[in-house]
Ligand binder design. Structure first.
Ligand code: HH2
Length: 278
């Protein structure tokens, strides 16, 4: 995918998670100090991340609390300033707020990762269109605060695919080029473990929409439940899920450990052929 700043992300790509939050479910508080967050971004780049995804608000699948925009800006701005012009790989901003996304774009971010698929902030679609940034549109029901109340589907694959097709249409109508749209089924968001597994089993269906698909399974509760709860089991389980997601057509995996994911993605590519994603 060619980004508006001319940089190209080759698929399958590894997106490294950089949470500057006190309460993220797996790494909350670890990178709250800007210096530590900046160092971790460079470390993830060295370990094989193709994109760094910076977030200042936890939206963890277990239920999160909304962060005021001033606080979110206070968390991400020092990190944005510290990374601007120094990161080789593109920066993505994980936010549902246009004001935060705008600040990130001004500091060189090229991707807006919006877990509400441009539905939370009416300014978001216009901002993405005007800036030329790429967008990640994720499926969820309700909001990050209450989505688990809505984890009921007649057919989760049809519901997710239909929703994302409609959000992509909305984005295009708002002026975002189709070539800069990425879709994400939102693993763990308004989904039980079984829903997440069903979706992962049906990724080729989502891929038929013709957009790159991003999958974020890293360290989520269904991995812990299946692979085990020790740090090694969680990491191996996440890497296995990344490999299988890429083999099934995912273009981007969003991960906490880019080194492990990079190895897993390489195996998937070599075992299934190099043209498994666009
Ligand atoms: N998952 C999380 C956050 N943002 N964005 C996309 N596009 N897809 C995801 O699956 C996704 C996401 C939750 O993970 P994490 O960032 O580790 O936790 P938290 O939101 O608690 O910071």
């Amino acid at each position: 995918m060619r980004l508006h700043d001319g940089r190209v992300v080759h698929f399958p790509a590894v997106m490294g998670v950089l949470n500057v939050t006190p309460d993220s479910f797996s790494d909350g508080g670890k990178y709250l100090k800007p210096d530590r967050a900046i160092a971790h971004a460079f470390e993830m780049q060295e370990n094989g991340a193709d994109i760094i995804d910076l977030g200042g608000e936890s939206v963890r699948p277990a239920g999160a609390r909304e962060v005021p925009v001033e606080e979110e800006l206070r968390r991400v701005l020092p990190v944005l300033r510290g990374l601007e012009g120094r990161l080789r790989v593109p920066l993505s901003i994980d936010t549902r707020k246009a004001e935060v996304a705008r600040a990130a774009l001004e500091h060189g971010a090229a991707i807006i990762n919006d877990v509400t698929a441009l539905s939370y902030d009416p300014q978001m679609a216009r901002l993405a269109a005007a800036s030329g940034s790429a967008v990640v549109l994720m499926h969820m029901r309700g909001s990050p605060e209450n989505h688990m109340r809505f984890a009921r589907y007649r057919d989760v694959v049809i519901a997710v695919t239909g929703y994302l097709a409609a959000r992509a249409k909305y984005a295009i109508r708002a002026g975002i080029p189709a070539s800069r749209i990425i879709l994400d089924p939102g693993i763990g968001f308004a989904k039980t473990a079984q829903h997440s597994l069903t979706i992962l089993n049906s990724l080729p269906v989502l891929c038929t929409l013709g957009y790159p698909v991003l999958v974020g399974t890293s360290r989520k509760s269904f991995i812990r439940r299946i692979a085990g709860d020790s740090p090694r089991e969680i990491e191996f389980g996440s890497a296995a899920a990344d490999a299988l997601a890429v083999a099934a057509g995912a273009a981007i995996v969003r991960v906490h450990d880019p080194g492990a994911a990079r190895a897993a993605v390489r195996m998937a590519v070599e075992m299934r052929g190099r043209n498994i994603t666009k």
